[in-house]
Design a protein around this ligand. Sequence first.
Ligand SMILES: N[C@@H](CCC(=O)N[C@@H](CS)C(=O)NCC(=O)O)C(=O)O
Length: 325
Amino acid sequence: MGLLVNGQWQDKWYDTDNSGGQFQREAAQLRNWVTADGSPGASGEGGFAAESGRYHLYVSLACPWAHRTLIFRKLKGLEPHISVSVVSFLMRESGWTFDKATGSDGDALFGHQYLHQLYTQNKVDYSGRVTVPVLWDKKQGRIVSNESSEIIRMFNSAFNAITGNERDFYPEALANDIDDINSVVYDGVNNGVYRAGFATTQEAYEAAYDKLFDTLGALEERLARQRYLVGKHLTEADWRLFTTLVRFDAVYHGHFKCNRQLLSQYPNLFDYVRELYQYPGIKDTLDFGHIKGHYYGSHLNINPTGIVPKGPDCDWDSPHQREGV
Ligand SMILES: N[C@@H](CCC(=O)N[C@@H](CS)C(=O)NCC(=O)O)C(=O)O
């Protein structure tokens, strides 16, 4: 675990000294947008037009943020158009690597050993964390974006003329509702599990834990009344919640000490996550070996032996009852 400082790699854990032991996530810095015609998006520069074969996605199969982008690549029929490299599940002193012995399929574009080399290839004196996912533009030889929430919006609409896939997970009419619930889910759940797991004081951990389980309680009630987070329509908001919840019992409950309840003890949430898991194509985007191997094997300050628990056994394929909600 580490970061780049003026282009130099430093092996450093997150700094929680000045935040009362709270983990504070650094905002992603590379925020350009691919658009249908290359016009500028909501931030950054223009010049990134949607084209088949032009973009390459770097992901970890362990990471819930990167997982969103793989889900959208799948749902929007982008697999033939956007290539992918998977990093090793282990992220230790050199950060994300392309070590094939631990689950990477290698860096398909440059044969780099470390992901931080891609960041310095993009900007030689880059300072900041080296995170996945990364969307790379092969034509300009630079990073388009390292912000998953924006990459999935690009995938949702920018390539429609190429794929003919018009499925819309962020429809205009629901955009405000989606944004509202995304913010609740991000604070309480997506980032909430990390705030519990990476806290370095008891107070910071308990505050994150309480907020997480308050939010899960509210979501459990909401999903008793409606099939999806914003009603009848399956949207981006559901996929963003899914990638955290599907990892919950395997890693966050144990490794991040989010152990008031298991996901499988929430009838509605568990049923809902099973429905999403069973959605065509989605299980292909999941690898529990990478997920468990990453969390338990990478954060040796939390789990010094690096031992990966064998359980839990979960039957994700057991039938759900969500049609009736
Ligand atoms: N805002 C980013 C967050 C991505 C992120 O934090 N990814 C984690 C993996 S789950 C990472 O690469 N962490 C490395 C680090 O923080 O040094 C996004 O959503 O794309």
